[in-house]
Design a protein around this ligand. Structure first.
Ligand code: CMX
Length: 456
């Protein structure tokens, strides 16, 4: 198969049958207890969602169709140029089909996305141009995505009764690919809204990969026009594109239960189209305990740096952290609901910096980010509350983008939002393939909980 759709058509019949049969045989198997604590505690540990693309191990972190980040870096195709990171297009293929694509398949998907993403719908352009410059970029992203639902193939065909349930996945795939493809122009438009009075910062090319287009439209590549924002030399420019590939390649998905993924899945279960579903996911990603931590970490590092005399003075860093904790605030970029080790996505970003010592050796903020990853876990352990004292996904990424010239802190979560589209939308296609029903868990009031304990 050369196209993603063809590859899916090859695997769907067998997987559909396997899951239908499995459900018929094992449908009544009891999976585990649900405790009162989990009902009152964010449903922690409840094994109650079906999610195919990724799984999260508390000790080893995320696996993409069973592959660790390291294995993805070794096996997923990139541009073919030595030293380049794998392309997020390869990851999209892997998550959707379950197989590592060939270079030819990656290239075909790269072309397909570049073609699909060449233009934003006119109405979306109009809507985005009207938005106030000061509006949070995540709000702009959610509005932009929701506005694209006007062009949803799924919504139109569903409304007109043109597709049967078995084929819902085809239009869902169509919309999802169009949505993902539109993200370079959409996020570029938002970035130019907040930095350049709406004037474009770079060119879109149908002959390049998704990340190169994102970087160009942020005004961060050599070919970008009118970028008075950054002055990267050609090596830095190449590095920035690779940073973007690395970042967007490994932040695509983190199992189904996190807020952005779960929201997309939940809203999609009402057969809302992919634009509305993922726009809702973006609203969830914009929460400070989730994706917004990306911006909070950078704010935190900048503030701390202006309050300590040197990154070398560990006691000053410790004192600063205690002040934060004693004022009932969290240390952003640390802790996780599931992980119990340093997040391997953090480690991958850290290794990116460590592989370029000359680039980062004079950047006090990046040095502090590294130092903090040694000091904060000790302090959090002493503090004794957090179940995971280690750096999480958001700990390193923002400050690396900041280093290269993306200085607008509020924008970092938008980059997260580009990447995160890939995982939840992949699952949405499979939700349609398998005909999963609308989600409707049972809720209980206090009396209901008491009744369960037979107190009454
Ligand atoms: N700093 C200070 N206290 C922390 C902490 C941190 N980084 N992480 C957890 N704690 C505290 C919690 O606030 C909680 O305190 P209370 O009992 O007073 O409410 C206690 O430790 C136990 O929390 P937990 O079970 O370890 O963590 P949760 O599953 O409840 O929450 C998370 C996980 C990520 C929300 C939390 O660790 C946190 O707030 N971290 C800082 C924000 C952050 O970096 N978020 C990004 C996460 C990644 C993502 O999803 O995008």
């Amino acid at each position: 198969a050369i196209t993603l759709k063809e590859a899916l058509e090859e695997v769907i019949p067998q997987r559909r049958d396997a899951i239908t049969e499995f459900k018929a045989v094992y449908g009544d198997t009891v999976v585990g207890p649900i405790t009162i604590s989990s009902i009152l505690g964010g449903m922690r540990g409840n094994q109650s969602m079906f999610w195919q693309g990724t799984s999260l191990d508390p000790e080893h972190g995320i696996k993409f169709q069973g592959l660790t980040i390291d294995q993805c870096q070794k096996r997923l195709p990139g541009t073919g140029i030595d030293g380049d990171n794998f392309l997020p297009e390869s990851m999209l293929w892997l998550l959707l089909t379950g197989s590592v694509p060939t270079l030819e398949q990656t290239n075909s998907l790269k072309k397909e996305l570049a073609f699909r993403g060449r233009k934003l719908p006119q109405d979306t352009e109009k809507v985005l141009l009207c938005l106030p410059r000061e509006m949070h970029p995540m709000t702009q992203l959610a509005i932009g995505l929701a506005s694209m639902n006007k062009g949803s193939v799924f919504a139109t065909n569903y409304q007109n009764g043109l597709i049967g349930k078995k084929d819902f996945w085809i239009d869902t795939l169509e919309d999802s690919l169009n949505l993902i493809a539109s993200l370079p122009l959409l996020t570029g438009r938002i970035y130019s809204n907040i930095t350049n009075e709406g004037r474009s910062l770079g060119e879109y090319s149908e002959d390049t990969d998704w990340c190169s287009n994102i970087c160009s439209l942020l005004g961060m590549t050599n070919g970008s026009k009118s970028s008075n924002k950054c002055s990267l030399n050609s090596q830095q420019s190449l590095d920035f594109v690779n940073l973007m590939r690395l970042y967007t390649g490994i932040h695509v998905d983190h199992e189904g239960g996190n807020v952005s993924a779960h929201t997309t899945h939940l809203v999609g279960s009402a057969l809302s189209d992919p634009y509305l579903s993922y726009s809702s996911g973006i609203m969830g990603l914009a929460g400070p305990l989730h994706g917004l931590a990306a911006q909070e970490v950078v704010r935190f590092l900048l503030e701390m740096n202006s309050n300590i005399s040197s990154v070398e003075h560990e006691e000053e860093i410790e004192d600063y952290l205690w002040k934060v904790l004693n004022s009932s605030r969290v240390i952003p970029g640390y802790g996780h609901a599931v992980l119990r080790k340093p997040d391997p996505r953090f480690t991958a970003m850290l290794e990116f910096a460590q592989a370029r010592p000359d680039e980062f050796k004079n950047d006090e903020n990046v040095l502090l980010m590294q130092k903090l990853s040694e000091v904060a876990p000790k302090v959090l352990l002493k503090h004794g509350k957090s179940k995971n004292p280690f750096p999480n996904v958001d700990s390193a990424s923002g400050i690396l983008f900041y280093h290269y010239g993306i200085k607008e802190l509020l924008f970092f979560t938008v980059i997260f939002g580009c990447s995160r589209a890939i995982g939840p939308l992949t699952q949405l296609v499979w939700d349609r393939v398998l005909g999963l029903p609308i989600e409707r868990p049972k809720s209980l009031n206090f009396k209901g909980l008491e009744a369960l304990t037979k107190v009454i």
